[in-house]
Design a protein around this ligand. Structure first.
Ligand code: F3S
Length: 392
């Protein structure tokens, strides 16, 4: 493959993997069973996926894709800059050509591409990498879109980093004394822990209630955005270690950090850049689960979103289909909201909001924001503000 005997697309894919392996002194390639490419619909992504697709490469293992945006839907609504729209269209076409699963979802591990316990995989995307390692019990490095796609094409990845057991040991002990009432508190916890730990592997103690799927997704996404947390342990609730000692593989933690409600409140305050009137609400970063869409629908029942506010929920096509069958979509649309598929909050389709004030439940959305100012709060507050047209 490296000599080009399998065509240029395969050659380019394995060249990248060999270069990464060399950089990390990996001694061998190991087979993978699936991959997830954090496609972005932007230029860097376009270059590599077209290089592989036009060179005749095809995915050898199931390889899912991150959201870009629903081109047809947004073109009906707004004038997306034509160059950027063309880039997105070509990216989506090239992933199709290379044989990827066109999930366009940042939580594919819930439905379209689910790693099982013990699988070796190559998953990029902030929530996906730690969720796969720590919740599902498969093994992945913190891949880029390109390295994940290359691994999906070759069916292998270099053995280094988190594919080596001793690199999966905890580094920092986090004692949670905060109350953790709901999934937004897990969002703040992830934001705080990521900032504190950076590139480490946190081991969390003090959590007494089993976190929900959504709480774990939020923790994963935020800790791997404010920091680079590729895996974590909550002994008793996540896989890989039954005890704190096992999580640290017998070593002592390098550091110990205590998290109380005070740290979470400070983290929340630091995320705000404004208050008062809002122009839109953007939810679903990471993509909303069916349960979250249901929660939003319940809060919007018999309510009307303020005429000056747009209300968006991003989710996968799979979830939207179910939401429609279950009547959630109807409730949200009747209230004046929209549920949009295939779409990431960090795409040019949102350029119409660049001078506006947005409200979101996601610090990740705030971090990548394509709008002027941001207010971050939980779902209940976002819905209330959408109805009133402001948040105080
Ligand atoms: Fe998903 Fe895009 Fe947010 S990939 S997590 S919607 S930045």
């Amino acid at each position: 493959m490296l000599n080009g005997e399998y065509g240029q697309g395969n050659q380019s894919a394995i060249e990248l993997l060999v270069a990464i392996g060399d950089a990390y002194d990996a001694e061998q390639m190991i087979p993978i069973t699936r991959a997830h490419a954090a496609s972005s619909g932007q230029e860097g992504d376009l270059y590599f996926v077209e290089l592989l697709a036009n060179g005749g490469a095809k995915c050898r293992v199931p390889t899912s894709t991150n959201p870009v945006y629903d081109i047809e839907f947004f073109h009906k609504l707004y004038k997306v800059p034509s160059y950027e729209a063309e880039v997105a269209r070509r990216v989506m076409e090239a992933y199709k050509k290379v044989g990827a699963i066109l999930s366009w979802s940042c939580v594919p591990y819930l439905a379209e591409n689910i790693p099982l316990f013990g699988e070796t995989v190559a998953f990029s995307e902030s929530s996906a990498t730690p969720y796969v390692n720590s919740v599902l019990g498969a093994t992945t490095n913190r891949e880029a879109a390109q390295s994940a796609l290359a691994a999906g094409v070759v069916g292998k990845t270099p053995k280094y980093g988190l594919h080596v057991k001793q690199n999966r040991k905890g580094t920092v002990l986090i004692e949670v004394k905060a109350a953790l009432k709901d999934s937004f508190d897990y969002t703040l916890l992830g934001q705080f822990v990521g900032k504190q730990v950076g590139y480490g592997i946190p081991v969390l103690i003090g959590i007494t209630r089993r976190p929900s799927t959504e709480e774990l997704i939020n923790f994963c996404a935020m800790s791997n955005t404010s920091g680079a947390v590729s895996m974590f342990y909550i002994p008793g609730f996540t896989v890989g270690a039954r005890t704190v000692e096992e999580a640290f593989q017998g070593d002592k933690p390098k550091d110990k950090i205590i998290v109380t409600d005070v740290e979470l409140k400070r983290t929340w305050d630091e995320l705000q850049t404004t208050s008062g009137k809002i122009d839109f609400v953007m939810l679903g970063c990471p993509h909303y689960t069916l349960g979250q869409v249901a929660d939003a629908a319940k809060l919007l029942e018999r309510k009307k979103i303020h005429s000056g506010v747009s209300f968006w929920i991003c989710t996968s096509a799979t979830t939207k289909t179910l939401a429609q069958k279950m009547g959630y979509l109807d409730t949200i649309e009747k209230a004046g909201g929209s549920v949009v598929v295939d779409t990431c909050i960090d795409e040019p389709c949102w350029s119409t909001y660049k001078d506006k004030v947005g409200m979101t439940g996601s610090p990740k959305c705030a971090y990548y924001r394509r709008f002027k100012d941001v207010i971050v709060a939980g779902l209940g507050d976002c819905v209330e503000a959408a109805v009133k047209g402001e948040y105080e």
